[in-house]
Design a protein around this ligand. Sequence first.
Ligand SMILES: Cc1cc2nc3c(=O)[nH]c(=O)nc-3n(C[C@H](O)[C@H](O)[C@H](O)COP(=O)(O)O)c2cc1C
Length: 403
Amino acid sequence: MKTHQNFTIFYLLYKGKIKREIYKGGFMVNSKYAPLLESFTFPNGIQLKNKIVMAPMTNFSSNPDGTVTDAEVKYYARRSGGVGMVITACTYVTANGKGFHGEFGADSDEMIPSLRKLATSIKEQGAKAILQIFHGGRQVPPQLAPNGDVVSASAIPAEGEGKPVPRELSDEEIQMIIRAFGEVTRRAIEAGYDGVEIHGANGYLIQQFFSPHSNRREDRWGGSVEKRLTFPLAIVDEVKRVVSENTNDPFIVGYRFSPEEPETPGITMADTLVLIDKLAEKNLDYLHVSLNDFWALPRRGVDDTRSRMEIIQERVGAKVPVIGVGSLYTPDNVLNAFEKSGIPLIALGREIIIDPDWVQKVAEGRESEIVTKIDKSKQEELVVPDPLWQAIIHSPGWFPGVE
Ligand SMILES: Cc1cc2nc3c(=O)[nH]c(=O)nc-3n(C[C@H](O)[C@H](O)[C@H](O)COP(=O)(O)O)c2cc1C
C-alpha cells in the first residue's frame, strides 16, 4: 500500500500535477525559480501572487470609438492566468492624446463599461489589473488628432523625417490635461481596476514636459530641471488626490519613465536621478523603468559603470518598489536580473505575447517548454488580435523569430 502511494506521488510529481495544485494554492516548493513565484506585497497592502508583471503593450485592436473589442479582451484573458499583475496598453486621457490607431479610450464616462470589461477579464484570471494612462503629445499622428491639432510642451517636432510641428499648449490647456489624468483615475476606480500607471515614458507628453528637447518653455512649466518637473509632478499629485477622494480601499498608483533620451539636448541620467528622487517622495506604489534591455548602461550624466537599473534601484529602491523590464526571455534571465539588481518586480512584454503560459510553465517545472521566439503559424493558439499580429510579423527585428 505504502509503495503504491509513493509511486502515485512520484508519478504525479513527474507529470507536474502536484506542483500545479500547489501553485494554484499560491506557493511553490523546491525550485531554483521559487523567488520568481513568491508573493509580493505593496506598501499599501495589496498583494500580488508572484513577482512577474505583464508589461504594458499597445495592441492596435480597439474599436474606432475607443471601446475595447472582444478580440482584445480575449488576448488579455489568455495572458492573465500566470502573472501577478497586468498593466494594460496605454489609454488616452483626452481625445487629442490618442497616439495609436486602435488605442482604447478613457476620456469620457461613456468609456467606463468598456474599461470595466477589460478589468474584469484580467481579474477573473487572478491577476491585478492596472490601467496605463497616457497622452501622446507630439507623437500623436495628425490624422488621429481632432482637426490635426497635435500639441506638446513647445512647438518642437520629434526628431525624424516628416514629424509634425506640434502646437504649444496654453497654461489653461495644461491644467485641463492634468485634470483629465485625474478624471481617468476616477473612471479606473469605478471600472474596478486595482490601480493606474502614469505613462511618463517612451517620449510621450509627460516625458516631453520633462525633456529639455521638447520643453523650451520659459513659464512655470519649463526652464530648469526642477521646472520641467512641474507637469509630471502635478499629474502625480492630481491622480493621488482623486484616489484619496474616491476610494477608501488601497489603490495602486505607479509611474513609468524612460531613463535618458538619445537626443541632445535631451534627458540625461543625471536628470533621471533628479526625477526619481522627486518621485520617491510622492508615496507612489512603484516606479517602472522602461527599457528594451534590462542591463543597458547609462549613456551620459553619471560616472558609473553599472547598468541603469542597478543605479536606479540603489538610488530609490529602499523608498519605493521598482519594476524592471527588458529582453528577459528565460527564467534564468529573470532570476539573474532579480538577484544581481535587487529589483523586486520584473515585467515581461514580448515574452508574454510569445508564450502566454510562461509563468505557469515555471510554476509547473516545465521551464524547458518555454517558447522564446514567435511561432508565425500560431496566431490563433496564442490569441493575438489581428492588428497586433500584423504589426509583429511585419516588423523585422522587433520580436525574436521575425528576422
Ligand atoms: C507590442 C508592444 C507594445 C508596447 N506598448 C507599450 C505601451 O502601450 N506602453 C508602454 O509603456 N510600453 C509599451 N511597450 C514597451 C513594453 O512595455 C516593454 O517595455 C518593452 O517591450 C521591453 O520589454 P520586453 O523585452 O519584455 O518586451 C510596448 C512593447 C511592445 C512589444
